[in-house]
Design a protein around this ligand. Structure first.
Ligand code: ADP
Length: 486
């Protein structure tokens, strides 16, 4: 059950609320108790002062046989307050008069059980009159609890002691009421809050549940579906938007993969069909001349070479996509590498009567994957030779320009139509499919430039088509001079 965010939220919320309420209740209780006992004490002192003043005044006016008793009676009658009991004692500690001695002594609360007077604490209190708060005492006898205060009253040559008692019963009752109220009010408040909290949590999390249900139904077949965004400004809306963006990227990459697979199988189908067709035709008759067999084998060799190259290119690209093509970095001299590629290209160029020239700056050290850089340059040179008619010219330039090395391959070929220039780095893209195939070269699957660009980027550089028009085409690669980081 605690696996549900709703329930967890409600539990935490209820626990936090319970703590706050309990703390608040305890604080209220303690403050009230302290406050009321302070009030009782001040009250007792004030009453005692007022009583003493009356008693003193009455005593002066008395001339009967027992003036103290009469003065005490008058004072008692005058100060008959609820919950308050006065006791006047003479200097020997004998009770002169007390509230319970009055006839029909008020409410039941004023009545003090004799046990209180007999108690040890009462005797102690009466024996130690003191006008400070320290003389306050709490007296208990049975179920009765009184707050008591004793002070001396000096009249002429006699020292009387006045004890004032106030029942703490009402105060205790009030505290009990408060306690009882808290005891039922807190659980009820918590119950209401937790039920409310649960529904609130459920309501707020409903969109999440809806999103989960929707997301559960998503698969490769309906990647174009999107989650409903109720309010794009709130947190859940943001979550849905982020999820939708993720789906968008997934869909794009899925589409790219699908296209790649379709293009790849299409590209592979052609050479396989040629291999198959050629073999079948050759084998259909038994009496073929050795020349005919040689011709067929020549075709089979070309096509299998072409097949091998496409498979190799595809393998490179898929590994690059998966980030699994580790660069074998080493110290390479770019000038030597360029010169080497030029030597290899020369044979191909000569066959087409193309003039190859190079302007290579010496001493161009770089940290790079030599095999990959060679492949990039070869792809560019291959293309230049492939798309330059007989008698054309190709030049290679390799030099340092500030923080980059630049490698440019310029040809005097037919150029790439402007409207197709933006697409030539796409996989399997060929500006003129018919011509590439018709020339029967061993490449031409439309992967050469994609691989070349990936190689430049893997070395933190870039490869761009610098120029292409009727006079020819120039491709330039920029490679940073600094150490190449993995
Ligand atoms: P391909 O295997 O077809 O050469 P690339 O990826 O190397 O594939 O090149 C993509 C397309 O770009 C080519 O089919 C061609 O139409 C065009 N292209 C590349 N290099 C040149 C060039 N030097 N001159 C003219 N067109 C070029």
């Amino acid at each position: 059950m605690l696996d549900s965010v709703r329930v967890r939220l409600t539990v935490w919320y209820t626990l936090a609320l319970a703590m706050v309420l309990i703390l608040l209740a305890a604080l209220t209780y303690v403050l009230y108790e302290r406050n009321s006992s302070q009030r009782t004490d001040s009250n007792l002192m004030e009453l005692a002062d007022a009583f003493a003043t009356t008693f003193r005044a009455e005593l002066k006016d008395q001339d009967g046989p027992d003036p103290a008793k009469e003065a005490a009676r008058q004072a008692l009658l005058e100060h008959r307050f609820r919950d308050t009991v006065f006791v006047v004692l003479d200097s020997n500690g004998n009770v002169v008069l007390s509230t319970p001695d009055l006839p029909a002594a008020g409410s039941s609360r004023e009545r003090v059980t004799p046990a209180i007077f007999a108690s040890e604490s009462f005797r102690e209190l009466a024996a130690n009159p003191n006008s400070s708060r320290r003389a306050m005492r709490t007296l208990r006898a049975g179920r009765d609890v009184f707050r008591g205060y004793a002070r001396g009253v000096e009249v002429v040559d006699e020292n009387y002691t006045l004890v004032v008692l106030q029942s703490l019963h009402p105060q205790h009752e009030m505290l009990e009421d408060i306690r009882d109220t808290f005891l039922w009010a807190i659980p009820v408040a918590l119950l209401l809050a937790s039920v409310g909290g649960y529904f609130l949590a459920r309501k707020s999390l409903e969109p999440v549940a809806a999103m989960a249900t929707q997301a559960r139904g998503m698969g490769a077949a309906n990647l174009h579906d999107r989650l409903a965004v109720l309010n794009p400004r709130d947190e859940l809306g943001q979550l849905a938007l982020t999820f939708n963006q993720l789906l968008e990227r997934l869909e794009e990459s899925f589409e790219r993969q699908k296209r790649f697979m379709a293009d790849a199988s299409h590209e592979l189908r052609t050479p396989v069909a040629i291999l198959h067709g050629e073999t079948e035709v050759t084998l259909s008759r038994a009496d073929r001349s050795p020349e005919e067999y040689r011709d067929t084998l020549g075709i089979l060799k070309d096509e299998s070479q072409r097949l091998a190259r496409i498979v190799e290119d595809l393998f490179t690209l898929t590994r690059a996509d998966a980030g699994q093509y580790p660069l074998q970095l080493q110290s390479v001299y770019l000038d030597e590498l360029a010169a080497d590629v030029m030597r290899r290209g020369r044979t191909l160029a000569m066959a087409k009567k193309i003039t190859l020239s190079a302007a290579i700056q010496p001493e161009l050290p770089i940290q790079a994957d030599e095999a990959l850089l060679r492949r990039m340059l070869l792809n560019l040179l291959d293309n230049a030779i492939k798309y330059t008619p007989e008698g054309g010219q190709i030049s290679l330039q390799c030099r340092r320009q500030r923080d980059d090395y630049t490698l440019s391959v310029r040809d005097t070929g037919t150029g790439i139509p402007v409207e197709l220039q933006a697409r030539i780095f796409e996989r399997f893209f060929r500006a003129d499919k018919a011509r590439s195939r018709a020339e029967g070269d061993s490449g031409g699957a439309g992967l050469g430039l994609s691989i070349a660009r990936w190689i430049a980027e893997a070395h933190h550089g870039r490869l761009e088509l610098s120029k292409s028009d009727a006079t020819g085409t120039t491709f330039t690669a920029w490679l940073p001079v600094g150490d190449v980081h993995k």
